[in-house]
Design a protein around this ligand. Structure first.
Ligand code: FES
Length: 236
């Protein structure tokens, strides 16, 4: 059985991720084969997790569809890298192939034609001010927490780390003024990922798993004590 995976890049707003997921449902209905959405970086499930799920569901072939308009060389390159890393952990991986970019599909012209000839929604009024005095203020957060959601950290489990961190902060009632959590792209020392960095203390937590994420919240962000007495990397 062939499984199809729509592989998208980080879509920072929730509605964008849902669009990819809905697209997977519609394509599954049209093709009558299993189709799911996954994300190279910045969202769950990761490509690794989706490949694992396909194997667990009995796929003997997996077809990857880079789902991005316009074509994205980063996505194309990293799909290949992430798949190669995933395959090294499997003795008998299924055959995995990749399609051409969506932008090369002739049906895209039809889709745009439908949009152009379909309902129009005039832009009028203002959904909100473009500038506001509020956006000139620096936020008063005590800690700034960078959570790497780059492709390697994502493959190593950054999605679970980010979920756990956010949940634990919520359990302690810690908000943006206590710890401003910012997902980032690749921070460069990928081999140490998943990475979580806490500023202004300049503490770089390496190989973070959900358990360590919980300790970072409990001990560092809540009580101000870096986990295991860690010291700033740049000032040993
Ligand atoms: S992907 Fe996280 S440091 Fe490179």
């Amino acid at each position: 059985m062939t499984h199809v995976l729509l592989v998208a890049r980080a879509v920072t707003h929730v509605g964008g991720q849902d669009t990819v997921r809905r697209l997977a449902v519609d394509v599954a209905e049209a093709l009558d084969v299993p189709v799911s959405a996954c994300f190279l970086d910045g969202a769950a499930p990761s490509l690794h997790a989706a490949l694992d799920d396909a194997v667990a569901a009995g796929a003997d072939e997996v077809l990857l569809v880079p789902t991005h308009l316009p074509p994205d060389r980063y996505l194309d390159t990293w799909i290949r890298r992430a798949h190669a890393h995933w395959a090294t952990g499997h003795a008998r991986p299924p055959r995995v192939s990749v399609t051409g970019p969506l932008a090369d599909q002739p049906a895209l012209v039809t889709a745009i034609t439908h949009a152009v000839t379909g309902p129009r929604h005039p832009l009028a009024g203002s959904p909100g001010p473009f500038r506001s005095p509020a956006w000139s203020r620096l936020t008063p957060h005590r800690h700034h927490v960078l959570v790497c959601r780059g492709p390697r950290c994502t493959a190593y489990g950054a999605n679970q780390v980010a979920d756990h961190l956010t949940r634990r902060l919520g359990q302690h009632g810690l908000g943006d003024d206590d710890a401003l959590v910012t997902p980032t792209g690749c921070l460069f020392p990928c081999n140490l990922g998943p990475l979580v960095v806490v500023h202004p203390d300049d503490i770089w937590y390496e190989h973070v798993d959900p358990e360590l994420a919980g300790r970072i919240v409990d001990e560092h962000l809540r009580r101000g004590q870096p986990v295991d007495g860690q010291r700033p990397r740049s000032r040993p």
